[in-house]
Design a protein around this ligand. Structure first.
Ligand code: GRG
Length: 310
């Protein structure tokens, strides 16, 4: 199958999974549920659940245990976007081609919708425990060194708890907020990108690997690949902020420049930024080539991310 068709299928599979785990918009608290639904249903590339499933498939995962985690990672990502767009942070009025949650529902409700999505992500992921059939606990693919399904889910939960937090995404965001408008060292920029963007991509890919029963050594390789992909993804985001149109991005362009943000592009220039995206992506592909399993889709996805226009 052509890669673009395969990607479309995988994105629509992720969409259905996410939809199936979203709460109904009912009861007295329906406004917050509507604001959560409004932002998650606006679309987006669904890169994180697609990357998670691609790693899971590549390493031989073959059941529905992955699905609550696919939904959960997109809920966490969407919460981070709602909060990132708030007046106190980036103060953006558009996201995913729609007015942002705080513009439509007011600031208080947008804060609560972000909180709601974050919390509901863990409620969703924990449903994986209920999907474990006790009968196959000690018979996971017949491979002795592989951890049991319950252990896999426990490990996946702990990645989902840590990476979006203060030692990951929030940590990166904190340094980004504190240093906005200042000159950044290469180390500071790398810290921000690895955490603000890389940590969630790493969570997606390593959760896919862990749930498929990968050994620690293999998870480590996936983690390194994920950081290369995360860094390339963020630099490409910086490039698009300067080169794409509002229609392509579904959000304002030149937002980094307008908010006085120093980015990879402002430090190194556009040509070097493009070269860096290319070399990071090539490193990621080299590591995927070393892994066992069919990494074709994952490699094509990395190449697609280099050339993405949104
Ligand atoms: C607790 C106040 C508070 C904040 C939470 C805001 C925040 C922490 C983190 C922000 C993280 C962030 C926005 C990182 C940028 C990463 C990035 C490139 C996001 C865009 O991702 P895409 O392109 O978006 O995958 P779509 O819309 O396609 O899903």
């Amino acid at each position: 199958m052509e890669f673009e068709q395969e990607l479309k299928n995988k994105v629509s599979e992720a969409e259905s999974v996410i939809k199936s785990y979203m709460p109904d918009v009912i009861d007295m608290q329906h406004t917050v549920l509507e604001a959560m639904e409004y932002t998650i249903s606006a679309g987006g590339k669904r890169i994180r659940p697609v990357l998670m499933k691609a790693c899971y498939d590549m390493l031989g995962g073959n059941d529905k245990l992955i699905e609550p985690f696919m939904a959960a990672i997109e809920m966490i990502h969407t919460y981070s976007l709602i909060h990132d767009d708030l007046p106190a942070l980036d103060n953006d009025d558009y996201r995913r081609g729609r007015k942002t949650a705080h513009v439509v529902y007011g600031e208080a409700m947008a804060i609560l919708a972000g909180d709601g999505l974050l919390n509901y992500a863990y409620e969703t992921a924990s449903k994986a425990f209920l999907m474990i059939d006790e009968a196959d606990i000690d018979d996971v693919a017949g491979v002795k060194e592989e951890i049991t399904k319950r252990k896999r889910v426990e490990k996946a939960m702990s990645i989902l708890a840590r990476n979006p937090g203060v030692y990951g995404m929030i940590g990166g965001q904190v340094v980004d907020v504190e240093l906005t408008g200042q000159t950044l060292s290469k180390e500071q920029l790398e810290y921000i990108y690895n955490n603000k963007t890389g940590a969630l991509i790493e969570a997606a890919m390593t959760i896919g690997a862990v749930l498929a029963g990968a050994t620690d050594e293999l998870v480590d390789k996936i983690s390194k690949t994920a950081y290369n992909i995360g860094m390339a993804f963020q630099i490409q985001d910086d490039i698009l902020d300067e080169t794409a149109t509002f229609e392509e991005l579904g959000k304002p362009i030149h937002s980094d420049q307008d908010s006085g943000k120093v980015t990879y592009v402002t430090i190194h220039g556009m040509d070097e930024a493009r070269d860096k995206v290319k070399s990071l992506s090539e490193s990621a592909i080299d590591t995927i080539n070393e892994l066992k399993g069919d990494g074709e889709f994952l490699k094509e996805l990395v190449k697609f991310l280099i050339h993405r226009k949104n």
